[in-house]
Design a protein around this ligand. Sequence first.
Ligand code: CAA
Length: 246
Amino acid sequence: MTSRVALVTGGTGGIGTAICRRLALTGHRVATNYRNEEKARAWQEKLRADGIEVALAAGDVSSDADAEAMVREVERQLGPVDILVNNAGITRDTTFHKMTSQQWREVITTNLDSCFNVTRPVIEGMRARKWGRIIQIASINGQKGQYGQANYAAAKAGMHGFTISLAQENAKFGITVNTVSPGYIGTDMVMAVPEDVRAKIVAQIPTGRLGEPDEIAYAVAFFIPDEAGWITGANLSANGGQYMGW
Ligand code: CAA
């Protein structure tokens, strides 16, 4: 297998950590961004104790200037980015009639504008080198909608619209662009949902449990090898059977 340079945004989070681990363990050179240096260094040390090295670059993905600087820093440390996983994301759950413009904007800029901000500085290099993998981490809730998540569902559905357009524009350049849509995974984000609400959600999952972060990392890794080169514009659901729309 060829060792590539992978940038995973939001790599220090629940799903992001699993993606960084899996890509590093499959021989890739992995980097992620951070906003809080102290927390990121502690996270890096923890992975290092397991023999996993992940490079760090400062930057808030909701800022285009930060994202560009972050990509250049990753290139300086590891070389040109071959694999980009747009994973960084937040929630600001509330019903729409109570939603503030700030709650709307924070989610759209962090989850969706970030895809433009981080992909734009890597795309030309991928096209010139005729190889690339771009993977958006969207959500089951971008596919089916979710009570309390008009902002999040709009951003996540938008991410797949981004995927299928980029997939068409870049197919001739050896670049595949795909989406992974996780269901409810046992991360801090899902644990922040009130327990009674969460219990009702788990009851709707045919597997009868929340997903594991590595079950999403596995879906991401699926798109990377050369053998996956004909799979582009796909939306891979990994949700324990909770939503089977197509
Ligand atoms: N469908 C229909 N009605 C619903 C509902 C649903 N799914 N959820 C709540 N309601 C109803 C309640 O029954 C209640 O009705 P009554 O007033 O008649 O009793 C009413 O809506 C208000 O509910 P709450 O008291 O819960 O209202 P709230 O304002 O305190 O909270 C909420 C609303 C923030 C949306 C809260 O219900 C919530 O957190 N829901 C979970 C949202 C969710 O799934 N977020 C996912 C986070 S994880 C993630 O995003 C990762 C991923 O990609 C999967």
